[in-house]
Design a binder for this molecule. Structure first.
Ligand SMILES: C[S@@+](CC[C@H](N)C(=O)[O-])C[C@H]1O[C@@H](n2cnc3c(N)ncnc32)[C@H](O)[C@@H]1O
Length: 309
């Protein structure tokens, strides 16, 4: 089954940009859900509604609540899924604050597909992509009053930037790039200005050996830092532990830091008798899926069934 959520975006200059997001490891997600109760499902990272759409189709008696911190994603999904009436509802919310409003214990299934959607990457104004020129923003919710990536580059010292690039980007040349950012005479306000600084900082032979775009790891690190992605995930895991009752919990992650955090947390829950791990080793996308959708290549799926005494 190939499900593409599409989204038209009218760019400032009047061009129409068509973006779509192909849901990752959808077959694996659906077959896990199929073998458990699934009357009420929380799609905690709604995106363009790819998972929600597939779940609404596959499980006709299921009701789905969608959550995303990106207001544009919520708007697009609501429009796309309104034909399902009361079976689907959505709210704009950071999942790190989910316990404040959501009765987590009422859900049979909680599913989270971390990271960014293709819509966010493709729209120039969002500033997520090293391939598309735009303001260096990277906030998943542009209405947040938190600093943009450009402000973080401007206001952090070289040591802090080195740590961000190393920790969240696993970038070998973190220190070199951080120094180049701080030495730059002009402010770095756009994605292409940052790419140019990174390219200038790295010797040609190093760039050739990298085997990937020289800015990829730095952009990833900034995105994770700007959106406090690790802290939000930690807070979500705590909320699930403290509030959920019997439920299937599924995570799809794309970064080793996140996968490690989920793996260790699931182990703790398992050891304290709070749940039963369903994936001793993480599931990964099939070769056929990676060939069809290269962006799926780093995905890891872990699932646990939570129980209460
Ligand atoms: C990979 S996309 C999800 C795609 C979706 N499964 C689909 O098939 O269309 C990840 C989504 O999670 C959202 N997201 C990331 N961190 C979040 C958080 N802390 N709270 C709520 N949403 C978050 C992003 O805004 C993005 O829309």
């Amino acid at each position: 089954m190939l499900i593409l959520a599409q989204c038209y975006h009218i760019h400032k200059k009047g061009d129409v940009i068509l973006t779509h997001h192909e849901p990752v490891m959808l077959t694996e997600v659906l077959s896990l859900i199929e073998s458990h109760s699934h009357g009420k499902i929380l799609d905690g990272t709604l995106g363009l509604g790819g998972y929600s759409h597939a779940m609404l189709e596959r499980f006709p008696s299921a009701k789905i609540s969608g959550v995303d911190r990106d207001p544009e994603a919520v708007k697009i999904s609501c429009e796309r899924l309104k034909i399902y009436g009361e079976r689907f509802s959505a709210m704009c919310k950071n999942f790190g604050k989910i316990s404040e409003v959501e009765e987590l214990k009422n859900f049979d299934v909680l599913v989270f597909d971390l990271g960014v959607s293709n819509m966010q990457i493709t729209i120039p104004e969002r500033g997520f992509s090293f391939n598309i020129d735009g303001p260096l923003d990277m906030r998943m919710n542009p209405n947040d009053s938190t600093p943009t990536a450009a402000e973080i580059l401007r206001d952090s010292d070289s040591q802090t930037l080195t740590e961000i690039f190393r920790l969240y980007g696993e970038e070998r040349y973190a220190k070199l790039i951080a120094s180049a950012v701080k030495r730059s005479h002009n402010p770095i306000n756009t994605t292409s200005e940052l790419v140019a600084v990174i390219r200038d900082a790295l010797p040609q032979p190093v760039q050739r050996k990298m085997g990937t775009h020289p800015a990829r790891r730095i952009f990833q690190a900034l995105r994770i830092y700007v959106n406090h992605e690790t802290e939000e995930l930690e807070s979500l895991l705590r909320a699930i532990h403290d509030n959920s009752e019997s439920s299937l919990v599924i995570f799809v992650s794309y970064h080793s830091l996140e996968d490690r955090l989920i793996k260790h947390t699931f182990r703790e829950w398992h050891n304290e008798g709070r749940g039963r791990i369903l994936t001793r080793h993480p599931l990964t996308p099939s070769q056929e899926e990676i060939e069809r959708n290269y962006k799926a290549r780093s995905a890891k799926l872990r699932a646990i069934f939570l129980t209460v005494d």
